[in-house]
Design a protein around this ligand. Structure first.
Ligand SMILES: NC(=O)c1ccc[n+]([C@@H]2O[C@H](COP(=O)([O-])OP(=O)(O)OC[C@H]3O[C@@H](n4cnc5c(N)ncnc54)[C@H](OP(=O)(O)O)[C@@H]3O)[C@@H](O)[C@H]2O)c1
Length: 207
């Protein structure tokens, strides 16, 4: 599958490696342009390409958005229309500035991204595990004891495709409901970065 990745930091570069190792083709972008990612491109080999943000959006059947939340309005909504967008972003007001709808909990950060990306199918995933654990814990624990990745989204078919990707890199997807339900695994919850098996996650989230 062709996967675009917008954001080439800790999570973006980790997912790029995991997806290339699982047999996918990656186009990855940062804010500064492809020339600043030549080392990463070399590491990824023939199946990884450094591109612009718009190119990454157009390239992927699935596009991962993994930027500081404050940058979400810069995401190219036109290029992402019709795409499955995996949102890994978390809200940290000290980094992102205050966003009223998140401070009063009237929305989740993924719902704000979905509002901006009209026409995309936004799925929240990979936000609740530290990048180095995401890098190292895939396939650990044995078939029925894999680390779980909570997933939320409003489009069941898009969600299923993200479940498949999660399984391919050695984790167990946990269906945590709609984008509105993703507040159950945002920062501050007791599952956030807790490194739980899928069964433990279901138990703590109450699903
Ligand atoms: N770090 C973790 O363990 C972790 C775990 C789960 C979720 N998250 C969340 O996932 C997101 C990414 O985290 P991270 O730790 O990978 O961040 P990071 O290391 O700071 O990397 C952020 C990346 O986003 C790029 N970026 C920033 N603004 C952009 C824009 N307008 N257009 C395109 N690219 C842009 C940056 O480009 P430049 O390099 O050019 O600045 C950088 O490549 C955040 O929302 C974070 O809260 C992080």
């Amino acid at each position: 599958m062709r996967i675009g990745i917008i954001g080439a930091g800790k999570i973006g570069s980790t997912l790029a490696h995991l997806f290339v190792d699982a047999g996918h083709d990656i186009a990855i972008a940062n804010s500064r342009g492809p020339d600043t990612m030549r080392d990463l491109e070399k590491e990824l080999g023939d199946h990884g390409h450094a591109v612009t943000t718009e190119e990454a959006a157009r390239y992927g059947d699935v596009v991962v958005v993994t930027v500081p939340l404050k940058a979400y309005r810069d995401l190219p909504a036109d290029d992402l229309a019709g795409k499955i967008v995996i949102d890994t972003c978390n809200y940290y007001p000290e980094r992102d500035g205050h966003i009223a709808a998140l401070d009063d909990d009237s929305a989740t950060s993924s719902e704000l991204i979905q509002q901006h990306l009209t026409g995309a199918h936004v799925i929240k995933a990979f936000n609740a595990m530290r990048f180095d654990h995401l890098r190292d814990y895939g396939h650990e624990g044995g078939a029925n004891q894999r680390y779980g990745i909570p997933v939320a989204g409003d489009d069941p078919a898009a969600k299923k495709q993200v479940f498949d990707l999660i399984e391919q890199i050695g984790f167990e997807p946990v269906d945590a409901g709609h984008l509105a339900d993703s507040r159950t695994f945002q920062p501050g919850t007791d599952v956030y970065t807790a490194d739980l098996t899928a069964a433990e996650l279901r138990d703590r989230i109450g699903i």
